[in-house]
Design a protein around this ligand. Structure first.
Ligand code: FAD
Ligand code: EPU
Length: 342
């Protein structure tokens, strides 16, 4: 049986990126079965032109038309593959929506991912930057993943130790970038879960909700409430979440900064390192709520750049560079971009 791939031409990427940037893909195809992926590899198209693997488009900034082929990964399915006394292994296809999967876990009573509620995007992308929020990272519940080798079409399994997970980082942003397509992720979840309330704002929100003995569904709801109160909803205002990472610096450097800026916001990481709140640094440089044309810095979260409507990717990138320069001039700190600039 042949599994030829359907390749369309000159497709608008506007519906496929949460920044709502108007860009066009020269070629575009959807992959929902492994046979489609293998047919695409065999066709040689991926070596003829540049390619971009696309999930939910929530961590991308298109700065022009994409001259190669966009490959939208759309495979679906969630299955429980093993259940032990207190744990469960759940395998999820890359094309599943992340938040819907988190809600499925919460409804099943499977704990571990509830603090990561309402993060946009798809399951297949979650290991790439080891998504994190409210004191939890995906690596904490990660078991393994399957990825397609884009040269051979073979499926390989990567265990947690193979992935080099770090803060907003993994091997898939480095050595394996452009070499593999993540096809499924398997999570090790708790069927008798404990809740993670270390992140202060969660306790406060639970108190506001009047909940004394929270379960994972309450934590999920609290996280959704906090996120909705400060992060812009991409359906209403184009954005890709935090545009920059929170920078890690030496304790000594932070101590020096504290002498000049006693209100500096930072978190000790151990080993003489601290993480600085990039949102605070950006706000101190006066950028919060800034708008030029349709490119702006969000009015309640300075770490989030926004598109008010018709900004181009270049408008957003120019603003990002101006923010980086002013933070460097004032604090001597280099902000690294979290968003993938295409
Ligand atoms: P995409 O944007 O489609 O792709 C991201 C990158 O992964 C690209 O380089 C792409 O080529 C590559 N890629 C996509 N799919 C695959 C695949 N199957 N195999 C190999 N490579 C692939 N992130 C956090 O960590 N924490 C947060 O709290 C958070 N909050 C956010 C809030 C908002 C409002 C928004 C808009 C974004 C937020 N993000 C957050 C960023 C984003 O949600 C995550 O990075 C998410 O994992 C991106 O998923 P995606 O499917 O949209 O990826
Ligand atoms: N702050 C300011 N001004 C701002 C924004 C933040 O002063 O405009 C200071 C405040 O002191 C605040 C602190 O920075 O208490 C931290 O802010 P917040 O709790 O909003 O978190 P963040 O560090 O800005 C990080 C992640 C988010 C994640 C939240 C919650 C990064 C780059 N960002 O943001 O992830 O949702 O914590 O855990 O690590 C993303 O990666 O896209 C993302 C949204």
């Amino acid at each position: 049986m042949s599994h030829s791939t359907d390749i369309r031409e000159n497709i608008s990427l506007h519906p496929f990126n949460t920044f709502h940037i108007d860009s066009t893909a020269r070629f575009f195809t959807e992959i929902s079965r492994i046979e489609h992926a293998r047919a695409l590899i065999e066709s040689g198209k991926l070596s003829e032109v540049p390619f971009l693997l696309l999930g939910g488009g929530s961590n991308l900034l298109f700065t022009g038309n994409f001259k190669g082929i966009v490959v939208h990964i759309k495979n679906k399915g969630i299955s429980i593959i093993e259940q032990a006394k207190d744990t469960v292994l759940v395998k999820v296809s890359a094309g599943e929506n992340w938040h819907e999967f988190v809600l499925w876990c919460v409804n099943q009573g499977f704990g571990g991912l509830e603090n990561l509620s309402l993060i946009p995007g798809n399951v297949g992308s979650c290991p790439i930057q080891n998504i994190g929020a409210y004191g939890v990272e995906v690596k904490d519940s990660f078991h393994s993943l399957e990825a397609i080798d884009l040269q051979t079409g073979e499926l390989h399994v990567y265990a947690s130790a193979d992935c080099n997970f770090g803060y907003r980082d993994s091997i898939f942003k480095h050595e394996l970038k452009g070499k593999v397509a993540i096809w499924s992720v398997t999570f090790l979840l708790k069927s008798n879960p404990q809740v993670h309330l270390e992140y202060g704002a969660i306790r406060q929100e639970l108190a506001v909700m009047g909940i004394e003995n929270p379960g994972i569904a309450d934590v999920s709801q609290a996280v959704c409430n906090i996120r909705q109160s400060k992060l812009p909803d991409p359906r209403l205002l184009g954005n890709a979440g935090s545009f920059f990472k929170n920078p890690t610096v030496d304790q000594k450097f932070a101590d020096k900064l504290l002498e000049s800026f006693p209100r500096l916001v930072f978190y000790p990481l151990g080993e003489e390192k601290v993480k600085l709140a990039a949102g605070w640094l950006i706000e101190q440089c006066g950028w919060k709520g800034f708008r030029e044309g349709d490119a702006g810095v969000h009015e309640s979260q300075a770490l989030v750049l926004v598109n008010y409507g018709n900004a181009t990717g270049s408008n957003i990138l120019t603003l990002a560079h101006r923010v980086q320069n002013s933070v460097y001039e004032r604090f001597g700190v280099k902000l690294e971009m979290e968003v993938n600039v295409i």
